[in-house]
Design a protein around this ligand. Structure first.
Ligand code: NAD
Length: 235
């Protein structure tokens, strides 16, 4: 079988590197193109056939699929080109405004898009547990606490906003408390309270690999999709 040719946007970043090492073990893909803002170490550059610090439409000529873990502005630029070139797009970038994110919905009418603010299987299961109607029946108050490393650019985290959106359907406005410290890859706690008791549901990532571990499964899931918007809940 012909290998899928991948372009990785944000290839030098913490997530880009976790994704690149996961994909190097996957015989169904080849890392053809890597992009980042500036040229990283030769060790990173050597993982790709071609490495660039700027991209435009012609760079995607021979590409079957784009994976993006970068920044909101860079991600949108890549998505616009992907839509134009009709290339499937997988993104885990966070920090989009509502207006920016609306473009994802529009683009999914032309290409298949997989987007999730959290690629871990644990958060997928946590979101399913949060939809249990008994939580709403017996607990009146809910709040979210998220802790991440000091270099994280967005606050609150994309995952906390996803959990907030899920919960606000039942509970109305939900407060998020954000903590930035150390090298924490991601810890999310959801607290349900009534006047007599509290339930605490928590997910803790041990390392960034928790977010790249799912990438081969996502690639399989996306194979053959022609248009549409998909996320971890679609798996
Ligand atoms: P990082 O700062 O370590 O890496 C960002 C990468 O994007 C770098 O390679 C940088 O050069 C590139 N980049 C940024 N802006 C660019 C631009 N304008 N042009 C070209 N390249 C550009 O960040 P990170 O920790 O790897 O996180 C990247 C994104 O992924 C963030 O939005 C983060 O919140 C998100 N994230 C998602 C998940 C998930 O599971 N979905 C998990 C962790 C992080």
């Amino acid at each position: 079988m012909k290998r899928k040719r991948i372009a990785l946007i944000g290839a030098s970043g913490r997530m880009g590197q976790a994704i690149a090492s996961a994909l190097q073990k996957d015989k169904s893909v080849s890392l053809d193109l890597g992009f980042s803002k500036s040229r990283p170490s030769e060790k990173v550059v050597k993982q790709f056939f071609v490495y660039k610090t700027k991209f435009d439409l012609k760079d995607f000529n021979q590409i079957d699929l784009i994976i993006d873990f970068s920044s909101s502005s860079c991600s949108l630029k890549a998505l616009k080109l992907a839509t134009h070139a009709r290339i499937p797009f997988i993104s885990g970038t966070t920090g989009f405004s509502k207006k920016q994110f609306a473009y994802f919905e529009r683009a999914s009418k032309k290409i298949p898009i997989f987007y999730s603010s959290n690629f871990s299987f644990g958060i997928l299961v946590l979101r399913k547990i949060l939809s249990d109607p008994q939580l709403k029946k017996f607990f009146q108050r809910v709040e979210i606490e998220e802790t991440h490393h000091r270099l994280k650019k967005d606050r609150p985290s994309g995952t906390a906003k996803t959990l907030q959106k899920d919960l606000s359907l039942d509970f109305g406005p939900v407060r998020i408390h954000s903590i930035r410290k150390g090298v924490e890859p991601g810890h999310h706690r959801v607290l349900f309270k009534n006047n007599f008791e509290q339930i605490e549901l928590s997910h803790k990532a041990f390392s960034r690999e928790v977010f790249s571990n799912s990438i081969s499964l996502i690639l399989n899931f996306m194979a053959g999709k022609r248009i549409g918007f998909f996320d971890m809940m679609s798996l």
